[in-house]
Design a protein around this ligand. Structure first.
Ligand SMILES: Cc1cc2nc3c(=O)[nH]c(=O)nc-3n(C[C@H](O)[C@H](O)[C@H](O)COP(=O)(O)OP(=O)(O)OC[C@H]3O[C@@H](n4cnc5c(N)ncnc54)[C@H](O)[C@@H]3O)c2cc1C
Length: 503
């Protein structure tokens, strides 16, 4: 086999350093050289602070110590995302990292919940989620592995400082032999015969070659876009927000173990609590809101004093038609961007890295492998896209032009199908290999007010009293378990406090 001798990674943001770290680990002992080029003058996008539980798989593959990572990046724990004012103003629900209740007689829990609701029971489905109960009480302890314990019924992720996370991975990568080169790339040369990327040239003259190039150059997409001209599929007719303004602020209260996403007149605002500060940002649609209005709304909604100037970002929601083209794989923002409402971009980076290691090429770049990579990434992006569209589409809000446009858009067939099935029978359409499975879809479907017309016929195997008793027991288990957890702050102090480490 004609093996890859050099991998050249262009860009040192979250995508670049996650790729470098993972390849350093994956290619250890193979003799393949890894070089990463980044430009301090250009810098990184500087946002991307909320993750989802799948990040544990990445940490495990790289043998990253969670405590070290959390200390290095001022991280906090995250049990889910609270959506405020989405369904309608004054309404809030949580998308927790964990399922609701317990399945009985082989039937998913929510069918029993739906049946009791019909009989007049007013308990919200959130009352059956330990992740939600703990998050709302500001509590956190690590889940256990004992499947019989209620403490195994949730998962968690992190909020971290994106630039500190990249710095942590840089250290990890350099310790494993990745060579970092500072400089601005001013030219990309293609091989005239194959059309593959041959080399990149830096401002100060150095030329860097490679067999495999990974484009992590962010929205600039220097290789996959500018040099190779790979098409970009624009999805902004479904996800119309196209700008964001990010504003960090001083912390005014103990960090809560969840992200908050509050719907506004023409978009929404995030709040991400870190150990040392709070991340905030207003994601909006420029068709309905000017930049000046967006900045002042963002600043008005920030709790605590803003730190530094607002960072204005522009984007087009969508993805490359081919994430991998010729000898170039795009990972991160160069390959596509779906807005941060469900904190999925870092996961899409992780998914691309895992697929790249799975289909790692030889120098002939077998078409079947490249196609397999592209097909998987295409599916991943579409899945996340549908999940995000749902939040905008399934709203009762009609108080602004933006929301009226969202609720009247025509949605992809894949999402339409999912909605129709759930509305009719209460069944959640998902595949075991999906990122968003039953509990995730239930959270947003029910949270945004989609109620199934029917429930599973096997729920009739238990009479109303038995179902009521069991559900009441589950609610009290959740309540008691949440009340017995330490506070998020106590767990942070004990486990990974940056202040304590400093002392
Ligand atoms: C508003 C917003 C909020 C977000 N929130 C989240 C979130 O909560 N959770 C989440 O998972 N994701 C989030 N994301 C996405 C996340 O920020 C990105 O996926 C992640 O930061 C990866 O970015 P990147 O590394 O691809 O690009 P960048 O950070 O832009 O890095 C690009 C790199 O390329 C280098 N470069 C570019 N041009 C050149 C050149 N000519 N020569 C040399 N080097 C060059 C730059 O110096 C830099 O090192 C968010 C994104 C946005 C826009």
């Amino acid at each position: 086999m004609d093996k890859i001798r050099q991998v050249t990674i262009v860009g040192g943001g979250t995508a670049g350093w996650m790729t470098a770290a993972a390849l350093a680990r994956f290619l250890e002992g193979t003799g393949t050289r890894i070089e990463l080029v980044e430009s301090d003058a250009i810098g990184t996008v500087g946002v991307g602070e909320a993750t989802i539980p799948a990040i544990h798989d990445f940490n495990m593959k790289l043998d990253i110590d969670e405590r070290e990572l959390m200390r290095a990046s001022n991280a906090t724990f995250k049990l889910g995302i609270e959506f405020v004012d989405w369904r309608r103003k004054g309404h809030a629900y949580m998308h927790p990292f964990g399922p609701y209740g317990l399945d009985m007689n082989g039937v998913a829990f929510h069918h029993y919940w739906r049946r009791l609701r019909e009989a007049g029971d007013a308990n919200d489905i959130a009352a059956y989620s330990l992740a939600t109960a703990a998050a709302k009480r500001g509590r956190f302890s690590h889940p256990t592995r004992d499947a019989a314990s209620i403490y195994s019924s949730y998962s968690y992720a992190f909020h971290f400082d994106a630039s500190l996370y990249a710095a942590f991975l840089r250290q990890y990568s350099e310790r494993r032999g990745v060579v970092r080169t500072e400089g601005r790339i001013v030219d990309v040369s293609l091989d005239p015969e194959s059309g593959n990327i041959d080399s990149v040239r830096l401002e100060h003259g150095r030329v860097i070659g490679g067999d495999l190039f990974v484009d992590c150059s962010g929205f600039r997409a220097l290789l996959i876009g500018d040099a190779l001209g790979t098409d970009y599929e624009d999805w902004s007719h479904w996800l119309p927000c196209d700008r964001a303004v990010a504003v960090p602020s001083k912390r005014v209260e103990e960090p809560e173990p969840y992200t908050r996403a509050t719907a506004l007149d023409a978009g929404w605002q995030w709040r991400i609590p870190l150990q040392h500060r709070t991340g905030n940002g207003h994601v909006y649609c420029s068709h309905y809101l000017s930049d000046d209005e967006a900045v002042s709304t963002a600043l008005a909604n920030v709790e605590g004093e803003a730190i530094g100037d607002p960072n204005l970002l522009r984007f087009t929601t969508g993805k490359r038609s081919k994430a991998w083209s010729r000898n170039c794989v795009s990972i991160g923002l160069s390959g596509g961007f779906l807005e941060p409402l469900e904190s999925t971009s870092i996961w899409l980076i992780q998914a691309a890295i895992i697929e790249l290691t799975r289909w790692f090429p030889a120098r002939d770049f077998a078409t079947a492998d490249v196609d397999a990579f592209n097909a998987t990434m295409d599916r991943r992006f579409r899945e996340v896209r549908d999940f995000l569209i749902f939040h905008y589409y399934a709203v009762e809000r009609d108080d602004t032009e933006f929301w009226r446009a969202c609720r009247s858009m025509s949605i992809p067939d894949s999402l339409q199908h999912r909605l129709e099935v759930f509305r009719a029978s209460g069944h959640v359409v998902f595949d075991a290999s999906d990122l968003f499975i039953e509990g995730n879809w239930l959270a947003v479907l029910i949270g945004q007010g989609v109620e199934p017309a029917a429930w599973h016929l096997r729920t009739d195997l238990l009479d109303d009293d038995a179902v009521e008793q069991r559900l009441a027991y589950m609610r009290s288990m959740v309540d008691d378990a949440a009340a017995a957890m330490p506070s998020h702050k106590e767990t942070l102090d004990r486990y990974c406090s940056v202040e304590r480490q400093g002392a």
